[in-house]
Design a protein around this ligand. Structure first.
Ligand SMILES: [Zn+2]
Length: 273
């Protein structure tokens, strides 16, 4: 199996050497794949369109011990609207980074692939932080880390009140008795109820849900804390996003579109690890 085919999303892209790129793909067939696109930054490279960040493409790869070499990349979908709007770009970056930290290489997960692809399509026209939050809850569910909401995972008691403590260590909302040593965040009862809705809603009906900016901040920060605790890695792009929600201000991203839309990158969004 020296050469193989993969139907994949490009979830991370870094410049490498003179003209190469290191790409992290998430494929239908084999899950996450680390790969190198040689010469792809040269103007005449045929792999250019198919290798762009967040593209959904068909790849032909040569299997390597550490890195797979991309022989061919043909774009199936480039999600142009993800790049027209900073909030959409950030949400796509946040989803890609979460998928990256939550998975290990070459472990196929068709459900997760399908969810991610569907979420990228949704991101083109649905409120991006809604998609990001719904995606996160589904990813946690698929990987067996669904947070328990409204019931204490440690003692089983039902939790009521206007503000409820949410902790990654405990695996969900924690009661007053069990809280002492848990690291976490307070969530309003409204946010807890909304998380339940986000977990259960059909993705095609996601845009019917309404939330306010306070719930949005609470839920995004709560999910970030939960995922960082669960996967024991930081989510750098998420911090960029929540800063934006908080400040409501613009943030510098580099989108070298320059008429030919050939070099997509987000300033150091998805970490260097
Ligand atoms: Zn308890």
């Amino acid at each position: 199996m020296a050469v193989f085919h993969a139907d994949a999303l490009v979830i991370r892209s870094r410049e490498y050497g003179e003209s190469d790129r290191l790409l992290t793909l998430f494929s239908r067939e084999k899950g996450k794949l680390q790969s190198i696109a040689k010469g792809v930054r040269k103007p005449k490279s045929r792999q250019r369109a198919g290798s762009q960040l967040f593209s959904y493409s068909e790849f032909l790869l040569h299997h390597g011990r550490n890195l797979n070499t991309i022989n061919q990349a043909s774009s199936k979908e480039s999600f142009p609207h993800l790049w027209n709007d900073l909030d959409r770009t950030l949400a796509a970056t946040a989803i890609a980074e979460l998928l990256d930290i939550a998975t290990i290489v070459e472990q196929s997960n068709l459900e997760l692939f399908t969810l991610t692809l569907a979420s990228f399509f949704l991101l083109e026209h649905t409120e991006p932080t809604l998609v990001q939050s719904a995606y996160t809850l589904r990813l946690l569910n698929i990987l067996g880390y669904r947070p328990k909401m409204g019931q204490c995972p440690l003692c089983g008691s039902l939790i009521k009140g206007d503000r409820i403590y949410f902790s990654p260590e405990a695996g969900g909302t924690v009661c007053g008795q069990c809280r002492s040593s848990e690291r976490g965040r307070w969530l309003s009862a409204g946010s807890i109820a909304f998380i339940r809705q986000l977990t259960d809603v059909d993705l095609s009906k996601l845009d019917r849900l309404r939330w306010n900016s306070r719930m949005q901040t609470e839920i995004i920060e709560g999910l970030q804390l939960y995922c960082e605790g669960t996967f024991d890695r930081s989510l750098r792009s998420w911090s960029m996003g929540s800063k934006l929600i908080g400040e409501g201000a613009g943030l510098q991203t580099v989108q070298r579109k320059a008429g030919h839309d050939d070099e997509r990158s987000v300033v150091d969004g998805a970490g260097e690890n």
